[in-house]
Design a protein around this ligand. Structure first.
Ligand code: HEC
Length: 393
């Protein structure tokens, strides 16, 4: 080839109107890639140049849908499959709760789509320069002139003479031809040199930041937790009127695992204070141990009130009286806790749950001395079963 093939032919115009008038004239005979460069946006120019709508919008839509599905899908998987936790009795697939995060991921990926779509697709990054940028014409365009450019495309060269002719005919001045290929000076960012430089910058920035934090400890990255007002347990306080740092619990505070005794008398507790302890074998067995330890000396092994210590002057109650058979569990619990008349209370010695075991045992004891025919039949079956079981042992 005798001379270099032209990559672009540039013609300048003095006004936006002159440029707009020239575009249809050029397009009538030239059908290659035509670009206009102006110092400010000119209305209607895309339409005149026949440029369609940008498809960055479709990238944004695609990325937005991806963010929507990813956000919703991730939460669905985590909450239904990977780590199903029940919050406040709600179903694990509580989709309304997923909306805020789903919204955020949708917006995030849409924004990424818009920014990177524009940079990579529309602005053709990582191509950093373009041959047109170093032309004389481009300097005029940044001030007050308007350019119309016939540009070569990858697989389509331009006819320099024909372009010159059609641009001058349309009123273009100061024609300039660019021979440099648009491929030259591109892709620097991804070259080995560019990548090496990028990595080097990252490493220097990382170690530099570490050095800065070590050398200037007066500048902690976040100091709001150091400076917060703190009251230590045994320290005096200038804030509270009594001068103590530690506070009393609020009036009426109930300790964990402790049931306050709100009843004055056993009669008051009767029928109101409910027995929380199921009458299991374990409860009865423990109740018997407690009874034998604490109560038997006065009330006798069977609860008949036959005291084992004759020297004791009191008259222990017969626990099989009609009245004591008919009182509620709450009544018995109250007597064990606070005592009654000459009998002392056992609230300090026996824990609440154990007192209920004792109540259960008292019930069993009462029934043992006042059994129905059914009870006897049941007892016989149980005894027979335990007899056969003992053979197995
Ligand atoms: C030091 C002897 C003594 C011991 C030990 C004792 N009690 Fe009593 N208990 C009495 C006397 C005396 C009475 C009768 C009080 C009265 O009403 O005057 C009584 C009454 C009772 C009553 C009847 C309350 C009512 O409403 O009339 C129950 C129930 C009772 N005792 C359960 C127990 C239990 C359970 C224990 C073991 C934790 C126990 N007692 C340990 C002396 C004792």
């Amino acid at each position: 080839m005798s001379r270099q093939s032209a990559q672009a032919v540039i013609a300048l115009f003095d006004s936006a109107q002159a440029l707009m008038d020239a575009i249809p004239k050029v397009r009538a005979t030239y059908h290659g890639r035509l670009e206009a460069y102006t110092p400010y946006p000119v209305h209607g120019i895309e339409k005149a140049l026949g440029i369609g709508k940008s498809w960055v919008g479709w990238i944004v839509l695609g990325m937005g849908l991806l963010g929507l599905c990813a956000g919703f899908g991730l939460q669905t998987w985590v909450f239904t499959t990977e780590y199903p936790l029940v919050f406040g009795g709600k179903p694990v697939f509580g989709w309304p709760a997923f909306i805020p995060v789903t919204f955020e991921t949708t917006v995030l990926l849409s924004a990424f789509g818009a920014v990177f779509g524009m940079l990579l697709v529309a602005n053709r990054y990582p191509h950093l320069s373009h041959p047109l940028l170093s032309t004389k014409a481009m300097k005029s365009i940044t001030r007050d002139r308007f350019a119309l450019v016939c540009e070569a495309e990858k697989d389509r060269e331009i006819d320099e003479d024909a372009c010159r002719e059609v641009l001058s005919a349309a009123g273009g001045q100061d024609l300039e031809v660019v021979y440099e290929s648009a491929e030259i000076g591109t892709g620097e960012l991804l070259s080995p040199k560019g990548v090496t430089l990028g990595l080097l910058i990252c490493v220097i920035a990382g170690f530099g930041m570490k050095e800065i934090i070590i050398r200037f400890p007066a500048l902690p990255p976040m100091n709001n937790m150091d400076e917060v007002f703190r009251q230590d347990a045994q320290d005096p306080s200038a804030f509270f009127a009594d001068g103590f740092g530690m506070r009393q619990p609020v009036a009426g505070t109930v300790a964990r695992g402790f049931m306050p005794a709100v009843f004055e008398t056993a009669e008051e507790a009767d029928g109101v204070l409910a027995n929380p302890m199921r009458m299991t074998m374990a409860s009865l067995e423990h109740g018997k141990v407690l009874y034998d330890q604490h109560c038997m000396v006065c009330h006798g092994a069977l609860g008949t009130g036959e005291k084992m210590m004759p020297a004791y002057g009191g008259v222990p109650a017969n626990l099989h009286s009609q009245r004591l058979r008919e009182v509620g569990d709450g009544h018995l619990y109250h007597v064990i806790t606070h005592g009654k008349n000459t009998m002392a209370g056992y609230g300090k010695d026996i824990a609440p749950a154990e007192r209920w075991d004792l109540v259960n045992y008292l019930r069993a004891l009462q029934r043992s001395q006042d059994a129905t025919d059914d009870d006897l039949r049941l007892a016989r079956t149980v005894a027979a079963n335990s007899h056969t079981e003992s053979h197995h042992d």
